[in-house]
Design a protein around this ligand. Structure first.
Ligand code: PGA
Length: 235
């Protein structure tokens, strides 16, 4: 069953006015909106059915210039946090040890982590499926180190080569990754992400074990996002 559609707005839109307009248009049950930090509170005030996510979280309050803590987010009504997105791993050198601290802090503050894992383009091009699976398995091991109940975590499988590129993964490959995640973590919720749009949403949502999608580009156009919502209702 498709339970969650997460709208990852990244560093968009430009203004709070636009953010509020967009949020009102996609305020449906099962939708989770992840606006940039400055728009979290404004979006919170106008949504009734959708839930709120942060795109990142820090593991502590206190002297950490520029950071926002899990505790602050909890007090603001944030229910989910995207953690370990490949754009942060790549551009900000966010390593697995940091991601592990963030997942732990989110759980300690009753925020559900949406942990992103996935292989990069080089590994994908190698065509070596078992190497890809080992890579993802290692990310899960490191990112969830010491987490006693991984079922509180949502895993987003996002092959990096499919993010923002229009490239679309094969259902066979996604199924193999789903099987690996279930084997390691039991019955966790698994999202698929990477250029999900109204033309391919059907393909990903029909994969057994997939409970939703993490959507970037298409979540910024409410007409496209609404089409994905109606496709999700079939599953
Ligand atoms: P995309 O982004 O849908 O634009 O590929 C997904 C993501 O990065 O979470």
């Amino acid at each position: 069953m498709i339970k969650l559609l997460v709208a990852n707005w990244k560093a968009n839109p430009e203004t709070l006015t636009e953010a509020v307009r967009l949020a009102k248009n996609i305020d449906y049950t099962g939708v989770v909106i992840a606006p940039p930090f400055p728009f979290l509170d404004g979006v919170r005030k106008v949504i009734h059915k959708a839930k709120l996510a942060a795109q990142n979280v820090f593991w502590s309050d206190g002297p950490y210039t520029g950071e926002v803590s899990a505790n602050q987010l909890k007090k603001l009504g944030v229910r989910y946090a995207i953690i370990g997105h490949s754009e942060r791993r790549r551009n900000l050198n966010e390593i697995d040890a940091i991601i592990n601290k963030k997942v732990t802090a989110a759980l300690n503050n009753s925020i559900k982590p949406i942990l992103c894992v996935g292989e990069g383009p080089e590994l994908h091009k190698s065509g070596d499926h078992s190497k890809v699976l080992r890579f993802i398995d290692n990310q899960l091991k490191l990112d969830l180190h010491g987490i006693r109940n991984p079922r509180g975590v949502i895993i987003a499988y996002e092959p990096i080569w499919a993010i923002g590129t229009g490239n679309s993964d094969s259902t066979e490959h996604v199924s193999k990754v789903v099987a690996l995640i279930k084997e390691r973590l039991g019955s966790v919720s698994i999202l698929y992400g990477g250029s999900v749009n109204p033309n391919n949403a059907d393909k990903f949502m029909s994969i057994a074990g997939i409970s939703g999608a993490l959507i970037g580009g298409a979540s910024l156009k409410s007409s496209e996002f609404k089409k994905i919502i109606s496709i999700s209702k079939r599953y």
